[in-house]
Design a protein around this ligand. Structure first.
Ligand SMILES: Nc1ncnc2c1ncn2[C@@H]1O[C@H](COP(=O)(O)OP(=O)(O)OP(=O)(O)O)[C@@H](O)[C@H]1O
Length: 328
């Protein structure tokens, strides 16, 4: 298990020109504690500038923390970063870390040498990995002729070349089409569930996070603001119910009439220009009251349902709350 406690990272940047440039401290990560278990997929989310990349850089030992502790299976990551590097790997989205002039096989051979994998083991591992990512027939082809999806699949093979126990995935499906992204997501699940790897993933695609993650950490302004499963995060954040109502008729007066009839319950009624829908937000389950209000007003209900909140809505709302913006 990876256990990071109270990690902090302060960058010192110089501002101005000439000899007397002023030093300024930027607290990219102010206080982060998190855990990554083997066999689990953990999401790290937050709006731009929240500190995700800096956190991943500390966990992958590319940056040393200004303060805090970091242990991977009892190995002190702050004291022994080289020992950590042997046991982890990182797969980033995009086309970095792959040599275009080299073939798929040569790329993997090169990275295997960097990780000191013995030649016999490496040969076998490259064959297995190329098969895993479906590139066995392209192993002697230069990468520059590969499609985006093929390059990304090669990235996965590269990220597994040292048989890491923990994997860090930074926007792994960025720029990929729906088919390749789906394939990649099933590889990621396979790595966690069948091969028992601990995985941390960042992504701006919330659907991906909802599908993959066992639990999620949400960051804002360098600190963790919430953690939990998708279900916990959405239901705890939205302790109110959202209904969507579509009637046979639609007008301002009708909405006012519904509003009037719902005065007895704690509900907020709002109309949006999405297919003439009326949105009702309430603390309690008010489906009975809603049906009755429509019936009393002589209105026919075309559609009425409770809207499940999405993770994306939860993140936006949590980030707003931190910045003390009024919600609702
Ligand atoms: N090398 C650096 N020197 C100074 N400040 C930095 C440096 N790297 C990051 N920062 C600052 O630290 C803060 C956190 O940046 P970080 O890249 O970790 O956020 P992020 O959550 O990954 O954002 P994004 O989603 O946009 O990639 C930002 O305010 C950023 O400007």
């Amino acid at each position: 298990m990876i256990i990071a406690e109270h990690l902090k990272k302060t960058y010192i940047v110089k501002q101005g020109k000439g000899l007397f440039r002023e030093k300024q401290e930027i607290q990219a990560v102010r206080d982060i504690s998190l855990q990554i278990e083997k066999g689990k997929i953990v999401g790290l989310l937050g709006i731009n500038g929240a500190g995700k990349t800096t956190t991943i850089k500390m966990l992958t030992t590319l940056l040393s923390p200004t303060e805090g502790s970091y242990f991977l299976d009892d190995i002190d990551g702050v004291k022994y970063p080289v020992e950590i590097k042997k046991r982890i790997n990182m797969i980033a989205g995009g086309e970095r870390m792959i040599y275009w002039r080299l073939t798929a096989y040569e790329n993997l051979w090169y990275y295997g040498q960097i990780y000191n994998v013995s030649n016999n083991v490496l040969k076998e591992r490259i064959d297995t990995l190329l098969k895993l990512v479906g590139l066995e027939n392209k192993k002697d082809v230069p990468v520059e002729t590969f499609s985006k999806g093929m390059k990304q699949r090669l990235q996965i093979a590269r990220g597994l070349i040292n048989d890491p126990q923990y994997l860090f995935l930074d926007e792994p499906t960025i720029g990929l089409d729906a088919v390749v992204s789906k394939e990649l997501r099933s590889h990621i699940k396979h790595l966690a569930k069948e091969q028992n790897k601990g995985i941390l993933i960042t992504s701006h695609y919330m659907g991906e996070i909802e599908e993959l993650c066992d639990y999620i950490y949400i960051m804002n302004d360098g600190v963790l603001i919430k953690k939990g499963t998708v279900k916990e995060l959405t239901t705890e954040t939205f302790n109110r119910k959202n209904y969507v109502l579509r009637l046979d008729k639609h007008s301002k007066e009708i909405t006012e009439c519904i509003c009037d009839k719902l005065k007895v319950v704690d509900a907020t009624v709002e109309v949006k220009d999405e297919n003439d829908a009326i949105y009702i937000n309430s603390r309690e389950n008010i489906s009975m009251e809603l049906s009755r209000a429509c019936m009393e007003a002589g209105l026919y209900i075309r559609e009425m349902y409770e809207k499940e909140p999405h993770l994306e809505d939860a993140i936006i709302r949590l980030s707003r709350e931190v910045h003390h913006e009024a919600v609702y």
